[in-house]
Design a binder for this molecule. Sequence first.
Ligand code: ATP
Ligand code: MG
Length: 356
Amino acid sequence: MQTVKIAVIAGDGIGTEVIPEGIRALEAAGRQCHLEYEWTHFDWSCETYHKTGRMMPEDGLEQLKAFDAIYLGAVGFPGVPDHISLWGLLLPIRRAFDQYVNLRPVRLFDGVPCPLANKQPGDIDFYVVRENVEGEYSAMGGIQYEGTEREIVSQQSIFTRHGTDRILKYAFELAQSREKKHLSSATKSNGIYHSMPYWDKRVALMAQQYPEIKVDQYHIDILTANFVQMPEHFDVVVGSNLFGDILSDLGPACTGTIAIAPSANINPEKTFPSMFEPVHGSAPDIAGKNIANPLGTIWAGAMMMQHLGYPEIHDTLLNAMESVLRNKNSLTHDMGGTASTQELGAAIVEQIHYGQ
Ligand code: ATP
Ligand code: MG
């Protein structure tokens, strides 16, 4: 029997409610494939910050290094500024483990009410590939003349050739592996002077190596409009850290609920553990009510297994999700149902055991 070692950081708010359902579903799907998991739980969260002054211990990254993957719920809670929860846990993990790809699938499932008119399941099925370690999310810059009328704030974006090319390569390869073979790139080269024209240039250059791929280069403003007006047009959409972040909330919102969407922070070379989490945050407004939708976390778990080389576990989980949604069986509040977090989690497990 094979064993995979997973570090679990449930985190804050609904993160602590959805992660147990993800683990249950993964256990059920793993059992069918004779796979065992070794789960190691880390209680790193805003609560830990309140107690210790840190989101994670000083040697936190060192502790995580030995795992096959990291399974994360959500971090951040009112009372702790975002920059502390982000820069104290999430960003250091992404950067130290060179998880430079953030992969977010966007799919409309049968059974989930779609806010866009006349869209059928199958119409929306694309990936957002976000650059995850550089770009606009930088701490470079600062404030001058602070506290005076003359205050000036500057914020730098960093785009290296290495960082730009490797994310583009990942996106081109993904597009190459898909039927549509269509890549859309998001920039704003008419407004942002240096970095965005540079990104466009690297896209055009790489496109020459992939003659089969149809490449579209968009400005982010019209791209967001097209997400809403013709989502069926897209296949693989690649963007910088900031634009990719925005697109990967907008995409799932077009499919009915952000709560289903997963997010994979991938180190493609597998030199370090990759990290898998739902797209949504800790949702303080519904935390503790037992109504959070666990499907984003379950799908993130499926992506984790795909990355670790167990595509059959990925498919088992996705099939279970599809059929539970199609039958509108135990849907949570955000999808128009009344089921609790555990009831939806249990419906997935039951489907894995008896449904296929
Ligand atoms: P973050 O900054 O951490 O991304 P956010 O402010 O963007 O957080 P989210 O936590 O992602 O907010 O969620 C936005 C809203 O969507 C929540 O307030 C909640 O009402 C709803 N929501 C998010 N996740 C879920 C879920 N799993 N199930 C049901 N509703 C959810
Ligand atoms: Mg958010």
